[in-house]
Design a protein around this ligand. Structure first.
Ligand SMILES: [Zn+2]
Length: 410
């Protein structure tokens, strides 16, 4: 038996006035999602706990069966893992932005005018040359202004604050320790020194001189946030004796999956945006199921539509996810595959934020105890046979279908 988990990022929503008081899921044409609901068992999931808005990282940790309160160690390490940075126990990673500051270190642009990846790569090349005593520094730029900073060495701590003030017009924040340990104090000092040296390199860099000439924002500072250490997880292969793979286009989610021992499958055309190649993702899933027990496929743009407040775009993205699900269920052997569809959180078109409302879930496959729900939506699934479950319950539920769980007791 095999399992596929389809996750529409932020796909769940609240009723929207523009949609006649319905949610985007309720108005979208979604024959395949409805088929999963109709032939399967439905419910709603509190990813973390009722009323707690989850991040994409904590939500995915929960859906993979981890207690986030015990295992979550910050975003930076997960981003690093998902970006292909080799992070080891004891290392500390940060998510970074190239940004623009004035002479008083007031942030003028948090993304250096969304600097092109090519310019950012040239700047990063020189930042990589910085050496510190006893600490190894790795800086990797990813896409546009985004990057990862990794510190390796003895006596480090992820308990340090952000230098990113998260707002333009504010001064760059001093990195300070978040607890009283020697390690946190030392790490904060190291980061401060490092960011200062980065600034010295960047402010006079030829790439920035050229950008100024063209009237572009100068990438004269690195802002860091989300310090994190590698989470200590029992991987899915160890826990259940399975081979698992993930298909996604977002480093953060990729990092969570990798930490859980899943192999990451890169799909050409999976952009993490509205234009993502849904057919290619479906085909990669169909292919991956042949050699893995569990495949997770994640689609990002439903969440982006909500953050952007784009109602019709969200409906269209859900319809694309529906196409993907249709292609998957038509091409895998449904006689031996379970398909679960859900979201990692509610993202409200109205508030444009993640919210704590539960998300719908439907699981179809051989021998599931079907209920009388025929539609995949927030309200319909709430009446389903799975009732209301926690995010952490999904993985054992699926693994039990696969015959991979052990009896508790005699
Ligand atoms: Zn998310």
């Amino acid at each position: 038996m095999k399992a596929v988990i389809v996750i529409g990022d932020g796909m769940a929503d609240r009723p929207v006035r523009e949609l006649g008081g319905k949610t985007p899921l309720e108005v979208a044409k979604k024959p395949s999602l409805n088929w999963v609901a109709k032939t399967g068992v439905c419910g709603v999931i509190d990813l973390i706990a009722p009323g707690v808005p989850p991040g994409s990282d904590t939500a995915h940790l929960a859906l993979l069966g981890y207690d986030v309160f015990k295992t979550y160690t910050g975003r930076g390490a997960l981003e690093a893992l998902g970006s292909g940075v080799d992070i080891q126990p004891g290392d500390v990673a940060f998510r970074c932005n190239f940004a623009t500051v004035d002479d008083n270190f007031t942030v003028v642009d948090r993304r250096a005018g969304r600097i092109e990846t090519q310019d950012a790569s040239e700047l990063a090349r020189d930042l990589k040359k910085v050496r510190l005593k006893k600490i190894q520094v790795t800086f990797k730029n990813t896409v546009q202004h985004r990057g990862i900073l990794l510190l390796s060495g003895p006596g480090l701590s992820a308990r340090v604050s952000d230098s990113d003030p998260h707002k333009i017009g504010k001064r760059v924040s001093e990195v300070h320790p978040l607890d009283d340990t020697v390690e946190a104090k030392r790490t904060a000092k190291i980061v401060e020194e490092l960011l200062q040296r980065f600034h010295e390199i960047l402010k006079n860099h030829p790439v920035n001189a050229e950008r100024k000439k063209k009237g572009l924002f100068s990438a004269n500072i690195v802002l860091c946030r989300g310090a994190g250490a590698l989470p200590d997880l029992t991987t899915l292969p160890r826990q259940y004796g399975i081979q698992a793979a993930a298909i996604n286009a977002v480093p953060l989610v990729g990092g969570v999956c990798k930490a859980a021992g899943m192999s990451l499958i890169n799909v050409r055309g999976a952009t993490g945006s509205y234009d993502t190649d849904i057919e290619a993702k479906a085909d990669a899933t169909i292919q991956a199921v042949k050699s893995h027990d569990l495949v997770l496929v994640h689609v990002k743009a439903s969440d982006i539509a909500s953050h952007d407040g784009k109602v019709q775009q969200k409906v269209r993205m859900i319809e694309k996810i529906d196409d993907m699900v249709g292609r998957i269920v038509k091409n895998v052997d449904m006689g031996e595959t379970f398909v679960a569809v859900t979201a990692d959180h509610t993202t409200s078109l109205l508030t444009r934020e993640h919210e704590g409302d539960p998300v719908p879930v439907a699981i179809t496959g051989p021998c599931v105890r079907t209920d009388d729900i025929e539609e995949f939506s927030e309200r319909a699934c709430a009446r389903g046979g799975l009732g209301r479950m926690r995010g952490i319950d999904l993985m054992p539920t699926l693994m039990n279908f696969l015959g991979k769980t052990e009896k508790f007791g005699a």
